[in-house]
Design a protein around this ligand. Structure first.
Ligand SMILES: Nc1nc2c(ncn2[C@@H]2O[C@H](COP(=O)(O)OP(=O)(O)OP(=O)(O)O)[C@@H](O)[C@H]2O)c(=O)[nH]1
Length: 325
């Protein structure tokens, strides 16, 4: 099947065609890459947009339980939901955070939902491109909401934050009264902090954790993209399906405000620029690492620097001057 065959099927919302197209954008083969770029350009003409929600949380915090409950709540409202994952750790574990078939079993059977397991990837640049293109394909397929999940190791939150309109941080109730070592940078990215497992014996601890984070969020500098009161921390129970409708109402209130104030369009424009620049950076790196004159010059000039024949600065200037401009 060619890109030209896939495009109308995806536009009609065919989930199998969508899955095949995602496989195509994941491929490293040069002819696949070319077909993928044609397909993406074709589908971009539809100018369809979904609400993109990023979700981060450490293993065991309840991400899959949350996505299943939250996703089912949305599909019950007639919304089409796609779930993607950014998982840079899968290269190491050899597995995939969404690979386990038993995860989100009910949601995966739902006709309005599409769940894409995360493939093994070797570097974050590849993960970012793959996910970005998968998001674009899901949008073209007419999904209303795209949930982009990450386990939050290394730089993966930054990738997700650059792909989404809204960023959720899922936390577990803390044992003591200390914040759970959540890095400041990650807190600063969050639009909502959801303290999961606010049920049964864990409820009291969850409420304390919500209070702790509410206090901590208060101390952060107010961001221009936030109305009064955001970002905020809320208790939820993905298992008992409690607090999810409330969290969704908060997300919608925030999005309405951002839309009305032009923040969504502005953020997407900034993200598009970011990804363009990132692609250029990756392309330049590829020029230096694949066999060819640039890599040869790199080796030759590196040797000259090592032997003291050239300063690092002079050698770098010579190399850069020789690159196609
Ligand atoms: N009490 C309670 N337990 C929950 C809740 N949500 C998830 N759990 C439990 O927490 C455990 C981990 O849940 P998962 O949804 O698999 O967590 P995850 O973050 O997706 O974990 P990884 O797949 O390892 O990344 C499971 O035993 C769930 O049943 C909740 O709201 N309340």
């Amino acid at each position: 099947m060619t890109a030209a065959d896939l495009a109308p099927l995806i536009a009609a919302g065919d989930r199998r065609a969508l899955a095949r197209a995602i496989t195509l954008v994941e491929s490293r083969r040069a002819d696949h890459r070319e077909a993928a770029l044609t397909l993406l350009a074709d589908l971009a003409r539809l100018k369809r947009q979904a609400l993109r929600i990023g979700l981060s949380g450490t293993p065991g915090v309840g991400k899959s339980t949350f996505i299943e409950s939250f996703g089912l709540m949305l599909t019950a409202q007639g919304l089409r939901v796609a779930v993607l994952a950014v998982d840079p750790s899968s290269a190491r574990s050899g597995g995939s955070i969404l690979g386990d078939k038993t995860r989100m079993e009910r949601l995966s059977r739902e006709p309005l939902a599409f769940i894409r397991p995360s493939p093994s990837q070797t570097h974050l640049g590849g993960v970012a491109r793959r996910t970005r293109e998968a998001v674009a394909l899901c949008e073209a397929a007419g999904f209303d909401i795209i949930l982009i999940e990450t386990v939050g190791v290394g730089q993966s939150e930054t990738v997700v934050a650059q792909l989404c309109d809204l960023f959720l941080l899922l936390l577990a109730p803390a044992g003591g009264d200390e914040l759970q070592g959540v890095k400041r940078g990650i807190m600063e990215m969050a639009d909502l902090i959801l303290v999961n497992k606010a049920d049964g014996d864990l409820k009291a601890a969850a409420m304390r954790t919500v209070a702790d984070y509410s206090g901590a969020l208060h101390l952060l500098r107010r961001r221009p993209q936030d109305p009064e009161g955001f970002p905020k921390a809320l208790p939820v129970s993905a298992l008992a399906d409690e607090g999810l409708a409330g969290a969704w109402a908060e997300m919608q209130a925030l999005l309405d405000w951002r839309r009305a104030n032009g923040h969504i369009d502005r953020r997407r424009a900034e993200q598009a620029r970011h990804w363009f620049e990132e692609e250029v950076r990756q392309g330049l790196l590829a020029v230096l690492t694949r066999p060819g004159p640039a890599r040869d010059a790199m080796a030759r000039l590196g040797e000259a620097v090592a032997q003291g024949a050239l300063t690092p600065e002079a050698a770098a200037a010579e190399l850069l001057a020789g690159l196609p401009s």
